[in-house]
Structure formats: structure tokens, C-alpha cells
Design a protein around this ligand. Structure first.
Ligand SMILES: Cc1cc2nc3c(=O)[nH]c(=O)nc-3n(C[C@H](O)[C@H](O)[C@H](O)COP(=O)(O)OP(=O)(O)OC[C@H]3O[C@@H](n4cnc5c(N)ncnc54)[C@H](O)[C@@H]3O)c2cc1C
Length: 313
């Protein structure tokens, strides 16, 4: 057993902390935001390795996570953990690149009657869909049950994290400030949450970032998106962007017309040329970094957490 401090309490920090505790380590998780205020909370969050590199590792970590989410959906009620397997359609406007389907069961071409108006082709799949409003608090409860010490605090220097034998860095987009990594950049995403008129299936029309459209139903609410603007640090909700998102989503799923707006949010995806999941030594102490998951932090979370445990040994 080692004393490990995980810095960061979004989906990446919490899954890392939980897996380390379950592996027998004594874990403390320190974060400066409530889960409700993290980028992780903004996510839709469909299992899909979107805007993340490198593909080979993303798929490996993603498939690990797919198995874990499938097990959670089968054993924990949706009301508790917010995880379910949901059917949906991925619309293809350009030549489809189905690299992500390797190892994913049951993906098939969509029939014409399954596609939104004007869409030529697509793929139908049943994938984990995660309501982060339920999932992140569930992760915190699982951490507490596994004796993870959850504390609020802001870290300015990794060397100065006290009372531990190893540190895990999981601060998303702000990880670069702690490591001096200049290679992290934001990809701004805006969403609007609507009261669910009764939808159960999801829809993603995402070949083109300029017209990214998705509809992700979670029980009482539906997350509608979106945008993916590289290099944009603005975290304010833009009303014109929201109107454009709503217009695209209603055109794709007419049942959403007139649905009440129940929330709106912006998050900055932590994009890097490759996910920074590596072991280093910092002042003689092991440091494992786990950040840079772009648009796929939820999708890769469990697989990356297992890798953190392996890297710490
Ligand atoms: C609009 C949108 C839609 C998305 N959709 C999906 C999707 O469908 N599927 C999917 O898999 N992914 C999706 N993502 C991507 C996903 O949300 C991110 O990849 C993921 O949330 C990153 O998680 P994280 O834990 O690394 O970072 P964050 O959630 O940002 O958490 C960072 C944590 O670090 C803490 N922290 C930071 N700096 C410090 C410090 N100095 N001291 C102490 N604590 C610190 C914060 O308090 C926080 O707890 C989406 C993202 C957006 C914006």
C-alpha cells in the first residue's frame, strides 16, 4: 500500500482515485471545484472516442471503459449512477471512418427510416450513455465508500503536495499549468439542457465541427449540442450559439420543438496531441499524469484509471 494524492476531481481524477483505492492504496483526492462545476459535468456524455489521440490507445482504454460502463448499467440503477446502454444513430455526411467500431459489438448501417431528414447514411449502435449529473456524485460516493479522502483545495506546486508517496495529476485543461506542458489547448463546447419530451434514443451528427449536432437523452432531461471550437477560451454561454444549436437539434429531432430549457453550460475540452498518461519522477517521488482526454474523458475514464494503477505498480 502506498499513500497516493490524486489532484483533480473530474471524471478522470475520481475514477483514478477509486481504482487506486480498490487496488489497496491509501488515497486522497484534492480538487478546487465541486463536481457540478467541472468540465466533466458539461459532457453529454456518450461513449465515443471523439477528438482524442492517439487512436490505438484511445480505443484500448475506451474498450476497457465500455466493459465497465456496461457492467455498471447492468448492476446499478440508472437513478443512482446515471449509466445506461442506449441505442442511437451516428449520421455520416462524409465518407465514414469507422475505426472506433473495432471491438464494439452490434454496429450496423442505419436504414433510411432511422436517419434524420436530409441525412444520406449513418450507423446504428447501442453504447453507454452517462448522465454526469448522476454519475459524478455516484463516483464520489463510491470513493467515500472505498475510504478515499475527498478534500477541497487548490494546488499550485506538485512538489509541495504533502503526506504522500506518489502523486497523480488529473486537472484536465489546467494540468499544463502544473507541469509546464505547453501542448494543451481548449476546444470549446456549448450545450443546452431541455426537459425530455420522452426520448430514449440518442443522435449524433458530427462529421463537421461547424454544424455539430447531438441529442443525448438522460431520463428527465436531454443534452443538446453542440460546438467544438479549437483555441477558444470563452466559458460564457453565447445566446446566438444556443439558438443555432436548438434550431439544428429540432430539425434533426422534431419532438424537441417547444421543449423547456432547464439548463445551459459551456466546457473546454482538454485537447492534446496525445493523452498524457505517463509515469515520471518528480523530486524523487513518482508522478503519474492523466490528462488531455479531449472530447473523450468519460469514454476513456475507466481504462485510463486502470492504467494509472498499473503505472504506479
Ligand atoms: C460540451 C462537451 C461535451 C462533451 N461530451 C463528451 C462525451 O459525450 N463523451 C466523452 O467521453 N467526453 C465528452 N466530453 C469531454 C469530457 O468532458 C472531458 O474529456 C473530461 O471531462 C475531462 O475530465 P477531467 O477530469 O480531465 O477534467 P475536468 O472535468 O475539467 O476536472 C478537472 C479537475 O481538476 C481540478 N483542478 C484543476 N486544477 C486544479 C488545481 N490547481 N488544484 C486543485 N484542483 C484542480 C478541478 O477542480 C477538477 O476537479 C465533452 C466535453 C464538453 C466540453
Amino acid at each position: 500500500m502506498a499513500r497516493v494524492s490524486v489532484v483533480g476531481g473530474g471524471v478522470i481524477g475520481l475514477t483514478s482515485a477509486l481504482e487506486l483505492a480498490r487496488a489497496g492504496h491509501q488515497v486522497r483526492c484534492v480538487r478546487d471545484l465541486a463536481v457540478e462545476d467541472t468540465v466533466s459535468r458539461v459532457a453529454g456524455a456518450l461513449w465515443f472516442p471523439y477528438h482524442v489521440q492517439p487512436r490505438r490507445l484511445a480505443l484500448r482504454w475506451g474498450l476497457d471503459s465500455l466493459a465497465r460502463f456496461t457492467a455498471i448499467a447492468a448492476t446499478v440503477p440508472f437513478e443512482a449512477a446515471g449509466v445506461r446502454l442506449a441505442r442511437g444513430v451516428l449520421v455520416h455526411r462524409a465518407e465514414p471512418d469507422l475505426w472506433w467500431t473495432e471491438g464494439v459489438e452490434g454496429v450496423r448501417p442505419a436504414g433510411t427510416d432511422e436517419l434524420p431528414p436530409g441525412a444520406g447514411r449513418g450507423a446504428v449502435a447501442t453504447l453507454p450513455l452517462v448522465d454526469t449529473g448522476r454519475f459524478l456524485p455516484w463516483l464520489e460516493r463510491e470513493c467515500a465508500d472505498a475510504a478515499v479522502q475527498l478534500v477541497r483545495g487548490h494546488v499550485t506546486d506538485l512538489d509541495a503536495v504533502p503526506d504522500c508517496d506518489a502523486v497523480v495529476l488529473a486537472c484536465g485543461l489546467r494540468s499544463g499549468a502544473l507541469t509546464g506542458d505547453p501542448g494543451l489547448s481548449p476546444a470549446r463546447g456549448q450545450v443546452v439542457r431541455l426537459a425530455n419530451p420522452g426520448l430514449t434514443d440518442w443522435l449524433v451528427d458530427g462529421d463537421d465541427p461547424d454544424t455539430l449536432t447531438y441529442v443525448l437523452p438522460h431520463g428527465d432531461t436531454v443534452v443538446c449540442g453542440g460546438t467544438d471550437v479549437e483555441g477558444d477560451w470563452d466559458t460564457g454561454v453565447d445566446p446566438a450559439t444556443e439558438q443555432a444549436i436548438l434550431a439544428r437539434c429540432v430539425a434533426a429531432v422534431p419532438a424537441l420543438r417547444g421543449a423547456r430549457v432547464v439548463g445551459r453550460a459551456v466546457g473546454l475540452r482538454p485537447v492534446a496531441s496525445t493523452v498524457r498518461l505517463e509515469r515520471h519522477t518528480d523530486e524523487g517521488r513518482p508522478l503519474v499524469t492523466n490528462y488531455g482526454h479531449g472530447g473523450a474523458g468519460v469514454t476513456l475514464s475507466w481504462g485510463c484509471a486502470a492504467e494509472v494503477v498499473r503505472l504506479l505498480g
